[in-house]
Design a protein around this ligand. Structure first.
Ligand code: NAI
Ligand code: MG
Length: 359
């Protein structure tokens, strides 16, 4: 059956990096992968063209797709838009919400070739390979009631941190299954000493554990987890946590690798449909210069093949090709040490394709 892939280039460096990733998709197609690839506008580009950051036609194509590849959205051009609903970010949030993409997978993987780029000592991070599983559609970012209002003569702001057992269970299952496929260690991060919602979180994780007897479950308070991430990050395999803690911890974990231009991500829903994107943003400071690192987006294609299309072998082939170009010393500016030669976005794409074909 032909699977449908929707590519959403977006803004800033989005079109440049998705162009390279699309070439990799085409190479997979040439190797017999049965896919149909289409493009659509999203974010600021869609606002400029059609007056909305998530046009109906884009949303309809997203719903019909088996998987979506997103570049990035946003930029200074749209930051002053009065109508917050028209801002580029709303395109992204709208897609997550409309497609029910509750399971966010954020790997923090440090290629040994880039160990020097980390802010930590190389021996602490060499071989680092963490997968953070973050709940993406619930928790305090979405809980009701919320607002700012007048109480006793002054304004107060409030939000609600809420998770149902069903929400906790479905993200828990994603994480346990992920741990089964990896190092079989799962650390659930909460604040169960203070917050009832995370007491329930911990209870549900414990309840699931017997169904995954090969996975070793542990729990950690979020403040300690932040500390452990920078003290001894290699102790972690899979980490599962709620929306807000996951937002913060995954950015910290990403920085441990020292190369935001290298990190892919996936967001999955209950039917296995997924949206794949680099962890970084639209990098307006370097847009249009053909110097952005396309590897995070290319590695997002690998995640897409693995998690939405069931093509683990092709995924590994792409990841191996990326490892090969790093071995060969190719570096875009963001991952180059000072004084060494750098390559363009396109040249990096060329090299990955060549390494992919050579396998
Ligand atoms: P950013 O990730 O776009 O850029 C941070 C720094 O990293 C910049 O110096 C940039 O040049 C560099 N960088 C990022 N990706 C790179 C790549 N592939 N190759 C080389 N260098 C790279 O984050 P920033 O500056 O906070 O946000 C810029 C815009 O992106 C904003 O409008 C923001 O809202 C948006 N954004 C969008 C996201 C998304 O679409 N998922 C996520 C984060 C930010
Ligand atoms: Mg964040």
């Amino acid at each position: 059956m032909t699977r449908k892939i929707l590519v959403l280039p977006g803004d800033g460096i989005g079109p440049e990096i998705t162009a390279q990733a699309s070439r990799v998709l085409a190479a997979c197609q040439a190797r017999g992968l049965d896919i149909e690839v289409e493009e659509a506008p999203v974010g600021g580009a869609a606002y400029d063209a059609e007056g909305s950051p998530l046009p109906e036609s884009t949303l309809a194509k997203a719903r019909a797709a088996d998987a979506i590849l997103l570049g990035a959205v946003g930029g200074p051009k749209w930051d002053k838009l009065e109508d917050i609903g028209k801002r580029p970010e709303k395109g992204l949030l709208g897609l997550r919400k409309e497609l029910g993409l509750f399971g966010n997978l954020r790997p923090a993987l440090l290629y040994p070739q880039l160990a020097e780029a980390s802010s930590l000592k190389p021996e602490l991070v060499a071989g680092l390979d963490i997968m953070i599983v973050r709940e993406l559609t619930g928790g305090i970012y979405f809980g009701q009631p919320r607002g700012i209002e007048e109480r006793d003569g002054q304004r107060v702001g409030y939000n609600t941190y809420v998770y149902s057992e069903a929400e906790i269970e479905r993200i828990g299952r994603v994480a346990f299954e992920m741990a089964q496929k990896r190092g079989k260690k799962l650390c659930s991060v909460d604040k169960a000493n203070v917050l009832e919602v995370t007491m329930l979180w911990r209870e549900v994780m414990e309840r699931l554990a017997p169904e995954y007897p090969d996975v070793e479950l542990s729990h950690m308070y979020v403040d300690n987890a932040a500390m452990q991430l920078v003290r001894a990050p290699k102790q972690f395999d899979v980490v599962v946590t709620g929306n807000m803690f996951g937002d913060i911890l995954s950015d910290a974990a990403a920085m441990l690798t020292g190369s935001i231009g290298m990190l892919p991500s996936a967001s999955l829903n209950e039917s296995g449909q997924g949206m794949y994107e680099p962890c970084h943003g639209s990098a307006p400071d370097i847009a249009g210069q053909n110097i952005a690192n396309p590897l995070a987006t290319i590695l997002s294609v690998a995640m897409m093949l693995r998690y939405s299309l069931g093509e683990a072998e092709l995924a590994e082939r792409i990841e191996a090709a990326v490892g090969q170009v790093l071995d060969d010393g190719l570096r875009t500016a963001d991952i180059a040490s000072t004084g060494t030669e750098t390559v363009t976005t396109e040249a990096m794409g060329d090299a990955v394709l060549a390494a992919f074909e050579a396998q």
